[in-house]
Structure formats: C-alpha cells, structure tokens
Write a protein of this length. Structure first.
Length: 404
C-alpha cells in the first residue's frame, strides 16, 4: 500500500510538471509569434492625406522615428524634406520637442536653404496628430522678405556705382563742346562717350537682372533642368570670344545630370563663369566645363565646374570675389566691359537653388569654380556615359589636365 501511495504521488507530481511546462511552452510560442510579426507602420489617415494634397502651404507628417510619412510638394521643393528625412535640424528638434511634450508650437523659423547661404523664412505650426504622428504646417514668408531686401539693395547699388559712368559721360560731353572747332578731338571724345554709354547700359541691365533674381524664387515653379543643355549653351555663347582669343573650350564629366530649378537662371550662372574664364585667360589656354554626380551624407548633388589655366586669382582676393562690384583686375574688367556683378549673380543663383559655389585658384596656374546643387530626386548614378563617350562629341580633356 505504501508503494502504491508513493507511486500515486509521483504520478501526480509528474503530471503537474508536464502541465506547467506545456503552458510555459505555449506562452513562449505566443511571445515569439508576436515578436516575429513586423511592427505596424504608422498610417496617415485618408482625410489628412487629402488635405495635404490640396494645401499650397508647406506640410509634413512625421512618424514616431522621425521618418517622413507624407509631405507636400512645397516641402520638397524648398529643401525641407528629401525622401523620408527632414533635412533641417532646427525643424527636426522642434518636432521631437512637440512629440515629447504632446503640445503644439507656433513660431517663426529662419532656415538655410540646402547648402547655400540663402535663408527661408517660415511661420510654422507644429502639433501632434496622435501619440505616433506629428504634423508640420508652415507658411513661406521668404518672398516678402526678399522684396524688402531687393528694394534696399537696389537703391544702395545704384547710388554707389552709377555715379562713375554718369560723371564720365558728363565730362566727355563738356569736352566735346569745348573742342567744337577740333574735329579730331570731337571724334575722340565721342568715341569715349560711346564706350562709357555702353558700360552704363550694361551696368543698368545687370543691376536690373540682379534685382530681378533677388525678387524671384526659382524653386516656386521649379522644373527639371538637364545640365547637358546648360553646359552646351554656355560653351556656345562663349565660343566666338574664345576663338578670337585662341582659347580651347571643352565639355567633360558625366552626362545626364539633372536638377530642379530655373533653366534660365542656371544658364546665366554657368555662362557667366565660362565667359569670365575666357576673359581672364591668355591665348592658347584651355577652359573645361564639366558636370559630375556627387554623394555626400546620403544626399545626391550635381557639381558643375568651370576650370581654366589662365592668370589665376591671388589668395587675398579669393574671399572677396563674390562681393558686388569687386574686381580683381580693374583695368582688364573695364577693357572687357565688366561690371563686377557677374560672380555675385552666380552666387545668388546657386544659393537660390539650395546650392553653393566654391573656388580654387592660384596665380599663374588657373582657377576652378564649382557650383553644387541638389540633384533631382529621381537621379540615378549608374550606367551614365561621360561627356566624351558619344561619337558626335569632340575629344575632351580631363579637368585636371586644364592646369597642365
């Protein structure tokens, strides 16, 4: 009987152990199944998506891991968003603060546009949609600020620079009157008046162009711009002057590069750089215009370079060459009708497209100006021929060879 009782107790204990183990196994299996399931992606409500699609303002919906779930076209165009990332750290910090406090914020933001120095002025409202989502809605006040700055700068520029050629024309007019009995002197002074009048006309045109660029944002109605066409047009415009000065013009680099922006403005920027390279190069020099794909921190850029082996620029002048009316070689600039506004226009265009411009130069070795602009979102960097791969292209030289 004792053995029977012991056997019964052992059997009961084993049954309890088996039952506990089985339940633990079932619980662990359930946990494993839950963990194996992919985390549910935050979903933007259909109504929210429809509202974003019709908004002209900047609007972005951000998920719990700072990923962009939905963005309006304006947010992408102004460089606030690229893919699933917010590019502006200041805005991202504000989103995190709103998520942490579960309370909305309303404030004005001055944010840099891309890599350039130009600023975007926004009035932003950031608020939580639910525990996982945060929405940013912002109005762009950059245009109003730009108009105010344009008016102020135009008045300052005109008063500072126009007085020189106007004074020259006035003096020459008096000289013509005084030399009325001397036909040779009259012809001489009249010729100088023609030159000064043309310089005055060019200066007014460039001042108006600069003011127009300041007042117009190329990214408001941005279009896809093929950089191949921009380079070809710039070289074509400078070809006559280059042939006259016995300067070789070449196109190199990657083909098929594209950016978003204004084709007219980008064409003006590259043309200004090419014409400068021709002006400041001696006979027999080479000028190479190239476009290349660049990746930096996961962001794709198109780098446009204009290189020459001309007279170069002294280190003391490099920091000032993008200032308005600054001329490295004043005599050469006046002889070629330069106004000192070309490089400042190029810098403004690059900044307005969310880009930047840099320069490398050494006296006697030449210069390389580089414009970097964000590439179009659908840019791919594979299987792209270089500018010299096509049979109908001239034999090109590498950018590095231009300084040899």
């Amino acid at each position: 009987m004792v053995l029977a009782v012991c056997g019964l107790l052992v059997g009961i204990a084993l049954g309890i152990l088996i039952m506990v183990g089985w339940r633990r196994l079932e619980a662990q299996s359930a946990v494993d199944a839950v963990l194996a399931e992919p985390a549910a992606e935050p979903v933007v409500g259909e109504g929210v998506g429809q509202v974003l699609d019709v908004l002209s303002s900047i609007a972005v919906v951000i998920g719990p891991h700072d990923e962009v779930l939905r963005a309006s076209e304006a947010a992408v165009r102004l460089g606030l968003v690229r893919g699933r990332r917010i590019l502006q750290e200041q805005l991202l910090d504000l989103v995190r603060e709103v998520r942490r406090e579960s309370a909305g914020h309303l404030l004005d933001l001055d944010l840099p546009r891309g890599r350039g120095e130009q600023m975007i002025h926004l009035s932003a409202r950031v608020a939580p949609l639910d525990p996982n989502l945060v929405i940013v809605v912002a109005d762009d006040h950059t245009a109003q600020r730009r108009i105010e700055e344009t008016r102020r700068d135009f008045v300052a520029n005109v008063s500072h620079e126009l007085k020189t050629p106007i004074g020259a024309v006035a003096l020459l007019s008096e000289a013509v009157v005084d030399a009325a009995d001397d036909p040779e002197a009259v012809r001489k002074f009249a010729g100088r008046m023609t030159i000064e009048s043309q310089r005055l006309s060019d200066l007014v045109v460039q001042l108006i162009e600069l003011s127009r660029l300041q007042a117009h944002d190329p990214m408001v109605k941005a279009e896809r711009v093929n950089i191949d066409d921009i380079l070809a047009d710039a070289v074509d415009r400078a070809k006559v002057d280059a042939d006259t000065s016995d300067i070789q013009l070449r196109v190199a680099g990657d083909r098929g590069c594209a950016v978003l922006g204004s084709r007219t403005q980008l064409g003006t920027a590259v043309t200004n750089l090419v014409q400068n390279a021709v002006i400041y190069s001696e006979a027999g020099a080479k000028v190479v215009v190239a476009a290349r794909h660049r990746d930096e921190g996961g962001d794709a850029y198109v780098e446009i370079t204009v290189s020459d082996n001309g007279i170069g620029i002294a280190a003391a002048d490099l920091e000032r060459i993008f200032e308005r009316f600054y001329r490295v070689d004043y005599a050469r600039s006046r002889a070629n009708g330069g106004t000192g506004l070309g490089l400042s226009i190029v810098k403004h265009i690059a900044a307005a497209h969310g880009g930047s411009i840099d320069v490398w130069s050494r006296p006697g070795e030449g210069s390389t100006f580089s414009i970097r602009i964000p590439a179009a979102d659908d840019e791919t960097h594979t299987d792209r021929p270089s500018a010299g791969d096509s049979d109908d292209q001239p034999v090109n030289i590498k950018i590095e060879e231009v300084r040899q």
